[in-house]
Design a binder for this molecule. Sequence first.
Ligand code: MEV
Length: 466
Amino acid sequence: MGGKPPTRLCWLRALAPSARRAPHQHTPLPPCGGHPRNAPKLASFNPSYEGFFCFQIAFFHDFTLTTNAMSHISGFHRLSIDKRRQALLAISSEDTLSDLLVENTNDIMPALDRMSENVVGAFCQPLSVLTSVSVNALSRPVALVTEEPSVVAAANAASALFERCGGVRAHYCQPVTSAQIVLVTDDPMQAMDFSARLACMRDKWLYIANASDPGLIAAGGGAFDISFECMNRAGFKSTFIVGTLDVHTVDVMGANAVNTMAEAVLSAIEREFLLATPHSGVERLMAILTNASPGRIVQATISLPFSALDQYKKNVPGQRLAQKLEYASQLALVCPQRAVTHNKGILNGIFAAAAPLAQDTRAIAASAIDFACQSGTHKPLAVWQIHENALQGILTMPIVAGYVGGTTHATPAIAAAFELAHIHSYEDLCGVLTAIGLAQNFAALAALVTEGIQAGHMKLHARKSN
Ligand code: MEV
């Protein structure tokens, strides 16, 4: 606590049991096995959904496995703000909470100024906490930032239910981000010849990519593949030569590293080919990562026995609720307009959790939309299906996120949001984000097929105005 203003924590010190720190073990990852798009497919989760689940890909890994007690704090939402803060001390540390609950923004202005441009201040939004998000047998408090109260209430209720049912299991594949290195010519034959010559020099381009940002190699990742193809369209004069550089990004989101690598390769191609033959008719166009992220798929699953669902909605038996959830899920599968809104609900939860962790929510959105539309029409990212006496949910989507790098630890509050949720790796981060996305989807569908969205909202607002 050294160096912190003495007044900051008076509300916490009044009730300060020793903070609980969950044990954390890191399971080493097996080596990267190539790009997921080349990997064999897994069996689909449900044969009736096979069109959609053909996305499922091999070499998913189980996340870190640890166990701890449930961190649910009963009646948390009914406490005053001070009492909630005090209650959090039972499931987090005083240091983490004092950093998270920034009281004097002047202290962090230099860090905010470094984070962005034209900075004049800090912008406040409500910071909420879910007390128990259980992922791979580790129960974690998770900070949410959103202006939509029903998002927090819904995620809170569903996360508590999920925890009672054993929690979410999350699986991930080693994160791969790809970049595009693009040249253009008016001559399609020349494009094909050029592309073939570039492909022959694959090892050289990979060497240049890794030399331009050696940090990833040092961390066990780096550029591992590059391929070239030609693209054009009837009516267009231009043919594009598009190189795809695949990079294993380890714990970072990787935008900076991958863009640096792609630009280095493009400049090397320019030096090697274009400057030597200035009238070749081939021009450099651009180098930039693609937010299409099939190499970052994460799956979160939950199984909810009917008996546990009995208590979730008053006067709706668990089996009936499960049946209606299955209908709602099938509706999203057959109706693209519904799938868009279904997926918006999932992103509600993921963005709220991603915001205090300083993640690039626009990248998450771009890759999620791309993934949802892979079949040519918008499909739900999460589906629900009855299996024996339980409702099973599965969320499958790319998570473009980073545990280190970028602005992930730029202020003490951001670092504290990671600490609060026991996020110590990329896989922890993906597990937490997808668990909240799945909980959010469950809660939204459960409200829609029972009391309806307006009644849920009205109840919430009535509580707020009392
Ligand atoms: C509202 O922000 C989100 C929902 O519309 C999601 C859904 O319809 O599934 C409730």
